[in-house]
Design a protein around this ligand. Structure first.
Ligand code: GUN
Length: 283
């Protein structure tokens, strides 16, 4: 069997088209959606992500404010900027690119962003709301994965879902979204005793580990839906995911590629959250 490949670029393009229409309608009413993006330091991967986010905003008719700080900036300076952005009615979304340099208390920075402008969905209040299945800004990567399930008609209620990785950005919120959707969820991580036992019984397998080609075909239940959240750069400069695509594509029923899978959906959901926030401000 050869898996059907989920085309994240195509789905992304469709959803971004709808987002651009909503942004244009809001702009016509005098409320152009606006996202502020803060980047501290020179982490090359973060710089690429931020550049892609700003460029995606531009293409969707969303205004962006990019704010760059040196790696040794005093946290108080960034906190003062956040207070200013929180109070600015023309700004609808605020994002601080992670990771931050060691002088920062990351949790304190995320909580300094207004809950109503927290388009990354990382503020403790939004995380708490998600855990209680209340309306909240959803973290963009797991939200993008949920959109893929919806677009592909993947049944979640009653499914055995296994998430590998327990990060605050992907693994934990992914597990919560799947739980809210009625899946039976297992979260695996570096301390899991028998990973194979779990992955081989997964109807839905989400890999968010950060290790190139970690998941191989022999770990996958035939016909499973396999979602690869990893973006790893190999020594030759090429990108690859956390799933070994070659050995997995003949076992899985549905699979996401890297690049062109989850990656574009993450940015799409960021744009959607920014438009949702602007829409609320326009009411
Ligand atoms: N670093 C890695 N992924 C993300 C993300 O989705 N948002 C932010 N702000 N930082 C990140």
């Amino acid at each position: 069997m050869t898996a059907r490949i989920i085309d994240g670029n195509a789905l992304s393009a469709r959803v971004r088209g709808e987002i651009a229409e909503r942004a244009a309608a809001l702009t016509a009413r005098g409320v152009q959606p606006c996202l502020a993006v803060i980047l501290v330091g020179e982490n090359p991967a973060s710089a690429v992500y931020v550049r892609n986010k700003v460029s995606a905003c531009e293409k969707a008719g969303i205004r962006s404010l990019r704010l760059d700080y040196a790696a040794d900036v005093a946290p108080a300076e960034v906190m003062a900027k956040l207070a200013e952005l929180n109070a600015d009615p023309a700004v609808h979304g605020i994002l601080v690119q992670l990771p931050l340099p060691p002088q920062f208390d990351e949790a304190a920075v995320l909580e300094a962003i207004s809950v109503t402008k927290d388009v990354d969905g990382f503020h403790a209040e939004n995380v708490g709301r998600l855990s209680q299945n209340q309306e909240a800004f959803l973290p963009c990567t797991p939200h993008g994965v949920m959109k893929m399930f919806e677009a592909e008609g993947v049944t979640l209620a009653g499914a055995e879902a296994v998430v590998i990785g327990r990060s605050n950005i992907v693994g934990k919120p992914m597990a919560m979204l799947l739980t809210n959707a009625g899946a039976t969820v297992t979260v695996c991580h570096s301390k899991t005793r028998d990973l194979l036992f779990h992955t081989r019984r997964a109807d839905i397998l989400v890999a968010a580990i950060g290790k190139p080609r970690f998941v191989t075909g022999d770990m996958i239940k035939p016909g499973a839906t396999v979602i690869d959240v990893g973006i790893n750069r190999l020594p030759d400069g090429k990108l690859c995911g956390d799933v070994d695509f070659e050995s997995s594509k003949d076992v899985a029923g549905l699979i996401t590629p890297v690049p062109g899978g989850v990656g574009p959906m993450t940015i799409t959901m960021l744009l959607e959250n920014t438009v949702i926030s602007a829409d609320r401000a326009a009411r």
